[in-house]
Write a protein that binds this ligand. Structure first.
Ligand code: PLP
Length: 423
């Protein structure tokens, strides 16, 4: 059987890395991340001022942010910690989009102080921001199309989603901004997550182009950018195809020429805020088989758990698994691949055909480069793993060490642990 999802490293490389950094660990492929950034920029090169604000929550590590920044990406933040990460790598001002919801005022203040684009989630936030910290010169609103649009699995139906303004609120809100003296305006939406149908994003562009034109006509406010959100999906399953970015870019360009140019809104910047598609396919959770178990089903136990990668347990998400050195072996056993949490959803795969796995075999869990390590947790006293970067020149760099028990106990006000971590 030919491995449908080839890896950018081989077994010998990984075994060598594991001598220094014990499994489980995350491994990110710099070359792949850079290539994806370039493909995205290329697809929208027709659009003056195009930028993808990388969704920091997907992989909040400054070394990764440095890479995407050097490829011309900005940062999309929703919390103070994410703003701080952007700041440490020199992203600032309008290179940062602050898209949050149910936002505390100190978070709006931190974003405003950095000069980030404030993307308000609700019409009541206009007064909320104005009265305590003052509105900035540029303000954007997040639109929730409600029943006008059906959503997809992860993000849900817009009508049931807590985010954004209704259409009427957008019109009222821009009018209010204008009256309050705001000078520059943006429009945002995020209605997809992990969507593999490229036409979905073209329809989102159509929806926002149409709104921007009507807002101009009815409120007299000129929208300077539309942000189509993130949510471009990745082919987690071997039989899936990635979104054809070139086609999406070209189709949005056609709409722009049909709607925005004759409508008198050119130049209107088109921006995105994808996280998953940028780093997702280029991150791997590397883990070692430690047990086999045969009861009513057959199990392969590994040294990672759901605390390292919760997408399968949380969403039932598929992550492809390669057993290193057995890429071409027959996949003639069907197993559940499990971690060690006291939770039965701590499974990386269910009923998965794999080659015969022995203790000591190294398993690579694919497509873990977004919403992977970042969603890690410490339940059951499990520690978060290290993150490593496979650089373009083949070097491996530790970009986040593994947690220690001192980290785990650091916040406890209990003397024996304190003296241990103060040493
Ligand atoms: C999570 C999120 C993103 C990024 O989503 P991806 O699926 O990683 O592309 C972008 N914008 C907002 C508002 C988000 O919440």
């Amino acid at each position: 059987m030919i491995n449908p999802k080839p890896l950018p490293f081989d077994e010998a490389t990984v075994r060598k890395i594991a001598e220094k950094y014990p499994t489980p660990f995350y491994l990110y492929d710099e070359k792949g991340i850079r290539e994806t950034c370039r493909q995205l920029n290329e697809a929208f090169s027709w659009s003056e001022g195009f930028i993808n604000y990388y969704a920091v929550k997907a992989l909040p590590n400054p070394h990764i942010l440095e890479i995407v920044k050097s490829e011309g990406l900005g940062g999309d933040c929703s919390s103070i910690a994410e703003l701080m990460l952007c700041q440490t790598v020199g992203l600032e001002g309008e290179q940062i989009m602050f898209t949050s919801n149910n936002t505390p005022i100190n978070e709006y203040k931190a974003a405003k102080d950095l000069g980030a684009v404030l993307n308000l989630d609700d019409i009541s936030h206009i007064d909320f921001v104005d009265e305590s910290i003052g509105l900035p010169e540029l303000v954007s609103f997040r639109f929730n199309p409600g029943p006008a649009r059906t959503g997809n699995v992860i993000i849900g139906t817009p009508e049931e989603a807590k985010y954004g303004f209704t259409e009427q609120q957008l019109f009222d809100g821009y009018k209010k901004l204008k009256d309050l003296g705001v000078k520059r305006f943006g429009l945002h939406t995020m209605v997809a997550s992990n969507e593999l149908d490229g036409s979905f994003f073209v329809e989102t562009a159509r929806m926002l182009f149409d709104l921007a034109l009507r807002i101009q006509q009815q409120v007299g406010v000129r929208i300077e950018f539309v942000n189509l959100g993130g949510g471009i999906g990745i082919p987690y399953r071997p039989e899936q195809q990635p979104v054809d970015l070139k086609v999406v870019g070209k189709n949005i360009q056609s709409l722009y020429n049909e709607m925005i140019v004759p409508g008198g809104l050119h130049p209107l910047r088109v921006v995105l805020e994808n996280g998953r598609m940028v780093t997702g396919p280029h991150g791997y959770l590397v883990t070692t088989c430690i047990h086999h178990k045969h009861i009513y089903r057959d199990y392969v136990g590994v040294d990672a758990s759901m605390a390292n990668l919760m997408r399968p347990g949380m969403y039932g998400a598929y992550h492809h698994i390669t057993v290193l050195g057995k890429e071409n072996a027959d996949h003639d056993q069907v197993v559940d691949v499990v971690g060690s949490l006291c939770e039965n959803n701590d499974k990386f795969a269910i009923h998965r055909p794999l080659p015969r796995v022995e203790s000591g075999d190294v398993l690579v869990i694919h497509d873990a480069g977004a919403h992977g390590h970042a969603m890690g947790f410490q339940y059951n006293g499990k520690l978060r793993s290290a993150e490593l970067l496979l650089k373009e020149n083949g070097d491996v760099q530790l970009i986040r060490r593994a947690e220690t028990y001192a980290d785990y106990f650091a916040t406890l006000d209990f003397a024996p642990f304190h003296s241990a971590s103060e040493k």
